[in-house]
Design a protein. Structure first.
Ligand SMILES: [Mn+2]
Length: 321
């Protein structure tokens, strides 16, 4: 599906732009990319950007302080542009606008997009909603501010040009955004590498405790509640651990346990390609993607690993046949 966004904005006086719940870099980048584009080019259009709480690492996004977190009761928008949201249930603070705005336009790249709309551009072959949005805007009118937003979305959803959704087109668009003056080093550091001192110390603690199983095919580590208490940290401060475990030479799968309750663990799984960790996480009531999945399980990590390695080994056997 491909509609003309510029046409949809013609003659329009007010536009609301929003994304999904728990916004990530692609959601924030696409919402703020269009917001900045309108501010720079469509002076007669009044635009409002709606998002749930924006993680601190995105505070460099131009005009991010303009974002509204609540919908006014009486406002009727001519157009509502919904970004990166494949499911009506995941519309964040501005979901109501689907019904109340005069027109709805969707920009997305999720193959699973199930929304029934007249206007929108959904391109499942695109790396990110920001990549789709780039294609909907005239390149010469993209300012540095808009370019920063779009670049942020692209690096977020491609895992910094690492995931298989990174295509030639993605790289070419990123190059065009660099031409606008985007500082790729600053954005990539903020989005991917920067950690607090506490997060770095915790990473060290978890790596120190990591164990190998089955001659190094599997690696895992456990963060206890006590560890988090000791550092006065949250489970989200441990997000980078599983990715660091994954790049251990020889490992097929990395598993990271975070204790969130009495013998209850949030488990993150990462695969290096041969094992479908989504299939395993699903057996435990979780899910995600083939290479990155998660679940929450009650039990003892060593025992859970015993079970999981049986499942991993079964998968390896079938792919070796
Ligand atoms: Mn996305």
């Amino acid at each position: 599906m491909k509609s003309d966004l510029l046409k949809a904005m013609e003659g329009v006086k007010s536009v609301a732009i929003a994304g999904h719940t728990r916004p990530d870099g692609d959601c924030i980048g696409s919402v703020m990319g269009l917001y900045n584009y309108i501010k720079d080019n469509l002076k007669d259009v009044e635009a409002d950007a709606y998002l749930e709480a924006v993680p601190g690492c995105f505070d460099f996004i131009p005009s991010i302080s303009d974002v509204k977190h609540f919908l006014p009761h009486d406002k009727e928008y001519d157009l509502f542009v919904l970004m990166d949201t494949s499911d009506e249930k995941r519309t964040g603070v501005a979901g109501e606008l689907i019904k109340t705005a005069k027109e709805l336009f969707i920009v997305d790249h999720h193959i699973s997009n199930s929304m029934d709309v007249n206007l929108g551009t959904i391109e499942p072959s695109s790396s990110s909603t920001c990549e789709v949005l780039f294609g909907l805007l005239p390149e010469e009118k993209i300012s540095l501010n808009t370019a920063v937003c779009l670049f942020t979305g692209i690096v977020t959803d491609t895992g910094c040009f690492h995931h298989s959704n990174t295509g030639r087109e993605t790289m070419e668009i990123a190059g065009k955004l660099l031409d606008k003056g985007v500082e790729n080093d600053v954005i990539i550091d903020r989005v991917f590498y920067e950690m607090t001192f506490t997060q770095n110390k915790l990473l060290g603690e978890c790596l120190k405790e990591a164990k190998l199983l089955d001659e190094g095919l599997y690696i895992y580590s456990v963060a206890s509640k006590n560890l988090l208490l000791r550092y006065d940290a949250k489970a989200s401060d441990l997000e980078s651990v599983v990715n660091q475990l994954r790049v251990t030479k020889g490992a097929e799968v990395a598993v990271f346990f975070t204790e969130i309750g009495e013998e209850t663990y949030k488990i993150s799984l990462r695969s290096n390609g041969r094992i479908d960790v989504n299939a395993v996480a699903s057996l435990y009531g979780g899910g995600g993607h083939i290479l990155a999945s998660g679940c929450t399980v009650k039990g003892i990590p060593e025992k859970i690993m015993e079970e999981m390695t049986v499942l991993f080994n079964k998968q390896l056997e079938t792919c070796e046949k």
